[in-house]
Design a binder for this molecule. Structure first.
Ligand code: IFM
Length: 486
């Protein structure tokens, strides 16, 4: 087993580099990206199994069949987390592993995996943070219509009840959804994610039913969980910026903010869909029929903490000729836009900024602004950075080490941004690095490495990268090293 490098010795950090008492240090993964064991112990295909087996959908024809084999190696992985000093582990549950058809009774063998994982974490002193849905709908539910169908929200509430019954009180925080924007708009709009449909109206319907499913699940969870257990949802809020000061670009930013962010924060945190979103999309859906009596009250049930994922800002304009260009929206190439009703907006890469292997520009101020914007718009709402990190072209040196100074610089800059936001009044309770280890990066397959821990997929050997040792040092200090990356 690899030990945490001793050459980064814990030092006493000056007060200025410290984070609030109780600030949680974690790392995150998701079921389909790491578990593997795709057909074991009763698990049935999810939409990502089907999608990844469809030729041309995922780079190199990669699938999550084996992934990082976390299903079998979870004990070693938890031991590694402990050595790194992680205080919390954010993972997701594979719905089709615990409820193979998406309805009816749970399969005990599937539940057992998560019981054992949670036991192992608690034994190691690591708080489990569980996400119910990170994009892997049971295929049977997609065959019945998927998220554009209202009944899928009912199915999700039943599944939430199963998980609360099985593990409720032993998980620190229950999160309903990870990035429902991706499920709705990449899954049913641009089609670069499973199930690969390209239907703008269905994408909007999916967004509403994901919102409804969230609200129904929060009701179920709150009804079953002890008061000390937290509920949440994680959103990939786009930090939208207009390219120029023109009115046209301001309108582009407003539109993308509406269909990228406020379509979720509006109903969840204010109990209403934004008027401008409805106006921009009313040629696609009849919102007065889609949103039924009681839906908004259900969706706006309070959460204890809002999870925020951030990687890069979103720079937009309205092109003079009016034809949009989504090549740089950061969400993958498609002839179909994931921005229904605002297809004429163009996306840009900021000039002069460094980029990650995803071609995403590196801009820690975007995270600072995002946390401050949410704090301004929703005062008093506790926040958690549930994902932040970067892919780089990592490799193992002949000495068996993985040096990733760019990732250390990325993490340092973004943690500094979190600290500045906290100092300026944002109630940020914790930070989860994406990702604990290299994994299946959706349509990019295994070609992108986001991990702090390198995974050699041929042997399943884990090698903590230099950034993992650096992060372990940050955790020990409860603050950033005073002089930047080690
Ligand atoms: O890998 C994904 C994760 O599943 C969701 N948020 C963004 C990450 C990087 O693309």
């Amino acid at each position: 087993m690899t030990a945490v490098r001793p050459d980064i010795a814990p030092k006493q950090a000056p007060e200025a580099t410290r984070f609030p008492t109780g600030f949680v240090w974690g790392a995150a993964t998701a079921a389909y990206q790491v578990e593997g064991a795709a057909a074991e112990d009763g698990r049935t295909p999810s939409i990502w199994d089907t999608f990844s087996r469809t030729p041309g959908k995922v780079r190199n024809g990669d699938t999550g069949d084996i992934a990082a084999d976390h299903y079998h190696l979870y004990r070693d992985d938890v031991a590694l987390m402990k050595r790194l000093g992680l205080k919390a582990y954010r993972f997701s549950i594979s719905w089709s592993r615990v409820q193979p058809t998406g309805r009816g009774p749970a399969v005990e063998r599937g539940l057992d995996f998560y019981r054992k994982l949670v036991d192992e974490l608690l034994e190691a002193g690591i708080t489990p943070v569980a996400t119910l849905y990170h994009w892997d709908l049971p295929q049977e539910l997609e065959d019945a219509g998927g998220w554009p169908q209202r009944v899928t929200a009912d199915r999700f509430a039943d599944y939430a009840a199963i998980m609360a019954g099985a593990l409720g009180d032993r998980v620190g925080t229950w999160t309903t959804f990870n990035e429902p924007w991706c499920s709705a708009f990449l899954g049913y709009g641009s089609g670069v994610h499973a199930p690969g449909r390209t239907e703008p109206a269905s994408a909007l319907r999916a967004a509403h039913h994901l919102n409804l499913a969230h609200g129904r699940a929060i009701e179920v969870l709150r009804g079953q969980l002890p008061a000390a257990v937290q509920t949440s949802v994680t959103l990939n809020l786009h930090q939208v910026r207009p390219l120029t000061a023109s009115a046209a670009d301001a309108d582009a930013a407003r539109r993308i903010d509406a269909v990228g962010n406020r379509i979720f924060t509006g109903p969840m945190l204010r109990g209403e869909y934004p008027e401008d979103l409805i106006a921009d999309t009313r040629h696609l859906v009849d919102w007065s029929r889609l949103v039924q009596d009681g839906d908004l009250a259900a969706i706006s049930r309070p959460v204890d903490v809002l999870g925020v994922n951030y990687y890069t800002p979103t720079l937009v304009s309205t092109p003079p000729e009016g034809s949009g260009d989504t090549r740089n929206d950061g969400h993958g190439a498609s002839d179909h836009s994931p921005w229904p009703g605002s297809e004429h907006v163009s996306f840009h890469l900021a000039e002069g900024k460094e980029r990650t292997a995803m071609n995403w520009s590196i801009d820690p101020n975007g995270l600072y602004s995002l946390l401050m914007d949410v704090t301004r718009d929703h005062p008093g709402l506790p926040l958690m950075v549930t994902e932040n990190g970067a892919a780089f072209d990592d490799y193992v040196s002949p000495e068996g080490r993985v040096e990733d100074p760019e990732r250390i610089a990325y993490l340092h800059g973004h943690l500094d941004a979190v600290q500045r936001a906290v100092a300026d009044g944002a109630d940020v309770r914790g930070y989860f690095l994406w990702s604990l280890m290299d994994n299946f990066e959706w349509a990019y397959g295994y070609s992108k490495r986001f991990g702090a821990v390198y995974v050699d997929y041929a042997s399943q050997r884990r090698i903590p990268k230099a950034s993992a040792h650096w992060y372990a040092d940050v955790i020990r200090r409860h603050g950033l090293p005073p002089t930047g990356p080690a």
